[in-house]
Design a protein around this ligand. Structure first.
Ligand code: EPU
Length: 417
């Protein structure tokens, strides 16, 4: 087990470079399996979710070469096999293998996916979409068996703009006969990124990034190269760090537009930022104003950033609120923030945060990825030395977080316990 140790009250100055997006890479890698050739991905983040996916691809017969941030996936010898439960449950994104294998082989057997315990997280939209395309879904214990004689393009209406379902249905429909249209599709930058790869492979996808995606089925997909888009959640996390304790902290290699919902809210709080084409420079201030946040699908305020934002709201002078509309169980960082001095009450899906707070160090636990990020940010401004258990969750999604923060002046380390 790994534990993070953070000595608080140090200012952060210098440059943090943003890595490739976790939620994009974890879809691009399974989508690569649709190819009968070789896929080369660049700007792939070095995080443990990618290690788990590499294991699955290798198990399926793909030949993987990883050098620095490049990943070469040779799909010429891939076979359709049942992925062992102990690997597929290590991450949420294993559900993308359902779409990829069903599309390519018209048959897939897979166990329930894993991932952060932040809510019920059903995959009924994915399964209903597979069925609309002509597949039969059988649930046997904790395994899904999905089979289709053929997949036929259709109209699919998502009642919630689910990221996972949009991506999975776009992947599978690439090999369906005729045209599939996904209505109320999610619009996140990673959906555009995956459509870019599939189109380079030979797919015919239009409208990714809008709420209506049209996919004209094809019969073969070949080799292609694709760069992973910058991680806007990682970028947002470090921008918040800058607002907490930055002194000319520059966040580089991001697309500012992808986090406009965050930076607009930070401006409302009185945070001063210098936003350039692909960087944001930020210094902490006193006397932030309280704000109200509601999490929404993109381009609304991302659920993945409400936990990292909570400590900043606790520093504001007055009462802020966060309404979490996407997941039912995404306030697990709050008991620990309270132990560290925050005045927060949770009423159903709303957290009420009364500031200002003087945080003090404690021993706390990261219960999930973004809860962990929230605790690290809190520890950076707390008085004393905080220890955070369960830091493996954070390493699933933030590349080199210790090194990136150390480079800008944080006193932070990870030890085995
Ligand atoms: N939903 C259903 N049925 C479905 C699919 C989704 O009811 O079949 C519900 C979910 O329960 C949730 C909402 O719809 O209430 C949105 O879920 P979505 O499908 O969009 O989320 P996801 O695919 O499970 C991905 C990211 C999450 C991120 C969300 C929202 C991956 C691997 N995961 O999850 O990332 O929070 O989209 O943007 O891409 C993280 O990075 O920390 C993380 C949890």
């Amino acid at each position: 087990m790994k534990q993070m140790i953070v000595e608080g009250s140090h200012k952060l100055s210098g440059v943090i470079e943003i890595s490739g997006s976790k939620n994009s890479a974890v879809a691009l890698i399974p989508a690569s399996l649709l190819s009968s050739g070789v896929i080369e991905l660049t700007n792939v983040p070095n995080i443990s979710d990618i290690d788990a996916l590499t294991e699955i691809l290798t198990f399926l017969g793909a030949e993987i070469k990883r050098t620095d941030k490049k990943m070469r996936i040779d799909c010429t010898k891939v076979q359709n096999k049942e992925i062992p439960e102990n690997i597929s449950k290590r991450l949420r994104a294993s559900y993308y293998f359902m779409g990829a294998l069903l599309g390519k082989y018209k048959h897939v057997e897979m166990y329930f996916p894993g991932g952060c315990s932040i809510g019920k997280r059903p995959i009924n939209f994915h399964l209903e979409g597979f069925e609309k395309l002509g597949a039969k879904v059988i649930i046997e214990g904790n395994k899904y068996i999905v089979d289709a004689e053929e997949l036929i393009g259709t109209d699919i209406d998502l009642s919630i703009a689910s990221v996972g379902a949009t991506m999975n249905l776009m992947i599978v429909a690439t090999y369906a006969k005729g045209v599939t249209t996904i209505h109320n599709a999610a619009r996140e930058p990673h959906i555009v990124n995956v459509a870019q790869l599939l189109n380079k492979m030979g797919a015919k996808i239009e409208g990714a990034g809008s709420s209506e995606i049209r996919i004209e089925g094809v019969t073969n997909l070949g080799s292609a190269e694709q760069e992973v888009v910058p991680d806007y959640i990682e970028a947002g996390t470090y921008v918040i760090a800058g607002a907490l304790c930055g002194n000319h902290l520059e966040i580089k290699n991001l697309v500012p537009e992808h986090i406009a919902s965050l930076t607009n809210k930070l401006k409302e709080m009185g945070v001063a930022m210098d936003v350039k084409e692909n960087s944001i420079c930020i210094s902490a201030r006193e006397n932030y104003l309280p704000i109200d946040i509601k999490t929404e699908v993109y381009p609304g305020f991302p659920t993945d950033l409400q936990q990292p934002l909570t400590p900043l709201l606790a520093l504001a002078h007055g009462t802020s609120t966060i309404q979490e509309n996407i997941f039912e169980n995404r306030f697990m960082h709050i008991p620990y923030l309270k132990e560290m001095g925050a005045d927060i009450t949770v009423e159903d899906k709303v957290a009420i945060i009364k500031g200002p707070t003087s945080f003090r160090a404690k021993q706390v636990v990261a219960t999930d990825l973004r809860a962990g990020a929230s605790l690290i940010l809190t520890a950076l401004v707390a008085e004393g030395t905080t220890t955070i258990d369960g830091i493996e969750h954070v390493l699933r999604g933030y590349e080199d977080i210790t090194q990136k923060l150390t480079n800008v002046g944080a006193k932070i380390s990870i030890q085995e316990i």
